[in-house]
Design a protein around this ligand. Structure first.
Ligand SMILES: Nc1ncnc2c1ncn2[C@@H]1O[C@H](COP(=O)(O)OP(=O)(O)OP(=O)(O)O)[C@@H](O)[C@H]1O
Ligand SMILES: O=P(O)(O)OC[C@@]1(O)O[C@H](CO)[C@@H](O)[C@@H]1O
Length: 309
């Protein structure tokens, strides 16, 4: 079973706006509302790929109940720790005319030490059934910065591959727990190495240095430019065709789901990278966050070129 961890889930509200302007009243068509936060997007895409993930993390208040009822409707198995405070809402405004994507991400609830300890204790029980674990997203308040490192070490001790997609300090600390794979986008990798920009060679160098610390693979997502997969003795570059983009929010999560699915099926790394890109692309072609279509993924797989660098 794949376990997906979302420590800071969200009700994701996404609006399509034309010529979005600041400081103006704008009327828009009803937004799409999904059970989100990165890990829940990963879970939804895994389900669309035919997997039965178990979703875990923290949920609270009315928003938490709404998310649970959505997960039930979608047939997603879940086991969340109930918290005192309210689960957050995140807002995305997509303007395909201007080509902009504006996001307002709430920081999320405060998690008490008792709630955090309960999570870790439940997680150690779930770990017994896990074949692969993904953890995605920001940390809610009160959660120690090294929690992903702790989770990774627990997974390593049980020989279960752990895949991490986070940013900033949570990534910096998380890497110290030696996850099997991390998935920064280019901006997150730049931030990690403290640079404004990185060339392709510099990205490969940075990823290799991360691998020297004990991480086995670094998957760098590059939006419409495709992706890089770097390991100790592997550098693969995926080049992708142009596609009609509707809403790319959640493409990184869909990519992570595609990678997790392919790894679980023990595909070779070139094929894994193709599945990861195809799922990210398929999501970008849909209005809903964290949605793919298998027939589109299969068609996209034939159009992605992976080169060994
Ligand atoms: N505009 C696009 N055109 C084609 N493919 C895309 C586009 N945006 C994303 N993708 C696909 O999805 C993958 C992941 O996208 P991206 O690098 O934007 O991730 P991300 O920044 O983590 O996204 P998010 O945080 O919104 O989930 C890319 O490697 C690519 O395969
Ligand atoms: O605040 P985080 O956890 O880093 O990101 C949250 C978020 O922006 O990520 C997803 C897109 O990847 C959205 O579903 C969600 O709202």
């Amino acid at each position: 079973m794949i376990i997906t961890i979302t420590l800071n889930p969200a009700i994701d509200v996404s609006y399509q706006s034309h010529h979005f302007q600041l400081n103006k009243v704008q009327r828009v068509a009803n937004g799409s509302k999904t059970a989100g936060g990165k890990g829940l997007n990963v879970s939804r895409v895994l389900k669309q790929l035919g997997c039965e993930p178990l979703c875990t993390g923290f949920l609270g208040g009315h928003s938490g109940s709404w998310i649970k009822s959505r997960l039930n409707q979608e047939g997603l198995d879940h086991s969340f720790i109930e918290i005192n405070e309210e689960t957050r809402t995140c807002l995305a405004i997509i303007d395909n005319q201007y080509g902009t994507q504006t996001e307002l991400l709430e920081e999320g609830p405060f998690i008490t030490i008792a709630e955090k300890d309960k999570f870790l204790s439940e997680f150690s029980k779930m770990l017994e059934k896990a074949k692969l674990i993904t953890a995605s997203g920001s940390l809610p308040k009160g959660i120690p910065l090294d929690i992903y490192s702790e989770i990774s070490e627990m997974a390593n001790a049980s020989n279960v591959p752990f895949i991490l997609d986070t940013s900033g300090k949570a990534l910096e600390y998380g890497i110290q727990g030696r996850p099997f794979l991390i998935k920064p986008n280019k901006e997150e990798l730049c931030q990690y190495v403290g640079k404004q920009e990185l060339t392709m060679d510099e990205m490969i160098d940075a990823a290799k240095k991360i691998c020297e610390t004990g991480v086995q693979y670094v998957l760098v997502s590059l939006g419409k430019e495709g992706a890089l997969l770097v390991g100790h003795d592997t550098v693969l570059l995926a080049e992708i065709p142009e596609i009609p983009v509707i809403n790319p929010v959640g493409s990184g999560d869909s990519m992570l789901a595609g990678m997790a699915y392919a790894l679980k099926n023990q595909y070779d790394f070139k094929t894994c990278l193709k599945w990861a890109c195809a799922c990210g692309m398929s999501n970008a072609m849909e209005a809903k966050t964290g949605e793919i279509h298998l027939h589109k993924v299969q068609e996209l797989l034939t159009k992605i070129d992976v080169t060994v660098l």
